[in-house]
Write a protein that binds this ligand. Sequence first.
Ligand code: HEM
Length: 304
Amino acid sequence: QDKPVQATDLVEIFEKLGGKHPGFRKAHAKGMCATGTFTPVANDEFAGAALLNSGQLPVTMRFSLGGANPASDERAPGTRGLGVQIKLPDGRLHYFTGNNFPVFAGKDPETFFGFLSTLLPDENGKSNPAKTMEFVKNNPSVQANVMWNKTAKTPASYANTQFFGLHTFYYDNADKVRTKYRWEIVPTLGVKTLEKDEAAKMPEAFLADTFAKQLADGEVSFSIVANIGEAEDTDVDPSQQWPADRHQVTLGKLTVSSAGSDVCKNINFDPNILSAGFKSSDDPILRMRSPAYAVSFGKRLSNQ
Ligand code: HEM
């Protein structure tokens, strides 16, 4: 657990846990692509950002289930994700790629990898919950995520799911004044989950149909909001939430116009690709995401 973990190690363990599925994403294999627009809201904290001063911008997004299995059961609670690619007029891209849990499972790639390792079946093909419990006890930084997973309910729809950026990012304005923030994507239709018995009555795959129906019935949209960090809020640890009372500003609104295209296939929703003025923090999980996504991108495009 002490030796540095590489992006290839993480992709490999995802494949061990979720199976080898050539041509699919090595995480969030099952998903749905959608297109829409981003309508910015100007504000002082992000003054001068091209992202918020270029009018309405085209968006490609992908909603997904966690895990490497492209046939995941959508009735199960657990990870849901959203990748958002916003295209600026000069061709520059800005990504927001987040999940529905508010804290990550580990403060760094080594802890995350160590945790995943405990979930692997042993030589008899059996999982060993005691091993996982022992790891969780000894690694406080995975505990909040494990607790979240214990109580998480099945999301009723992607349109009723809130997504968290988890990591800390910065925006430096022209006067070099820095805004430190963490973003969230909040559904206009509200967060809705299914109780166990309700979920059991659903078909194994219902998310695409539910979404299409909501889109046909009215507007499906989300707000992108930024929680503004204070000096004592961690910059580098996505396993720790910031206090809930931080000043919040709206960056803009994401409105979905269509769902179900396959344009996401050739997109790598790398959260470190940001438009002018924005920067990633040194959060080691955030930094690990670029190489891991690149490994997966290369593999899936070459049908591995
Ligand atoms: C070290 C930690 C992480 C690793 C190794 C990792 C790895 C990956 C990989 C390999 C993919 C597939 C990329 C592709 O083929 O295009 C992926 C997709 C994704 N990840 Fe992560 N990830 C990590 C952390 C996170 C975190 C913290 C979040 C949420 C804040 C997140 C959200 C997502 C989402 C939403 C997708 C799907 C994007 C899409 O639809 O293309 N991941 N991740």
